[in-house]
Design a protein around this ligand. Structure first.
Ligand SMILES: C[S@@+](CC[C@H](N)C(=O)[O-])C[C@H]1O[C@@H](n2cnc3c(N)ncnc32)[C@H](O)[C@@H]1O
Length: 228
């Protein structure tokens, strides 16, 4: 892929209107639980400043705001105006910002912690994104990434492959009208690195003690690490 960032931005701008609906349908409604577990992994006590990297339509940002109560600050950042447009009004009290994850407009050590929802697969350079996220988080702050994963059990693996190869592209195309986006999605899931490799990238980016927690038969995983 020549310019992955431009391709990804164009794709999300085309499917922004149907993104939330497809998220819910294609995950059989589990996406709500996945986002809620991601926020739980931050161990919020209230009053924190939290960054939601690649916030998209702002669903994770809304969950963050809901769980933090008064006194906290949530900032959602994304480079796709159409996705951010959908986030307005949905992301609760979160501040929304148009910017790239490769160069975030914040000084070092601005946030207490950060989340990254389903965006690692979509950036050209995962380590660079993690390094930039680590830069804006305070030492000791957690970075929690929610990402699609691949089951290791052979039976679930086969079911997962069938789902990604046939059902997901069909339902995605019928509802979004965009064939390309729902060919890209399963391919990006199949090609994404294993947790062990992600842990190595996290370490290189200055994020210590990485660990991964699989959810829903390892269809997704929550990867957590702490800024050293
Ligand atoms: C699959 S969506 C995830 C949205 C949201 N985090 C969620 O949990 O539903 C991926 C998002 O990453 C954003 N994105 C991808 N690459 C980016 C980059 N280089 N800079 C900023 N945002 C990016 C896209 O615009 C898109 O909104």
């Amino acid at each position: 892929m020549k310019d992955k960032a431009a391709y990804v931005r164009g794709m999300f701008s085309a499917i922004a209107g149907r993104y939330d609906l497809l998220n819910t349908l294609l995950s059989f409604g589990r996406d709500r639980h996945w986002r809620s577990s991601t926020v739980s992994a931050l161990g919020l006590i209230g009053g924190e400043a939290v960054l939601d990297v690649a916030t998209g339509t702002g669903r994770l940002a809304r969950e963050l705001g809901r769980r933090m109560g008064v006194g906290g600050v949530v900032v959602g950042l994304d480079f796709c105006p159409e996705m951010l447009h959908r986030a307005r009004g949905k992301a609760g009290s979160a501040e929304l910002l148009l910017a790239t994850v490769e160069r975030m407009p914040f000084p070092d050590n601005t946030f207490d912690c950060a989340t990254v929802g389903f965006a690692l697969r979509n950036v050209p350079d995962v380590e660079r994104m993690l390094r930039e996220t680590a830069r804006v988080v305070k030492p000791g702050g957690r970075v929690v990434c929610l990402e699609f994963s691949r089951p290791r059990h052979p039976v679930f693996q086969t079911m997962h492959r069938l789902y990604l190869s046939f059902i997901l592209p069909l339902v995605g195309r019928l509802i979004s009208g965009d064939r390309e986006a729902y060919v890209y999605l399963p391919r990006s899931i199949m090609e994404f690195c294993e947790p062990e490799e992600l842990h190595r990238l996290m370490g290189n980016a200055g994020l210590a003690h990485p660990h991964s927690r699989p959810l829903t038969w390892s269809v997704v995983a929550i990867h957590t690490a702490t800024k050293s």
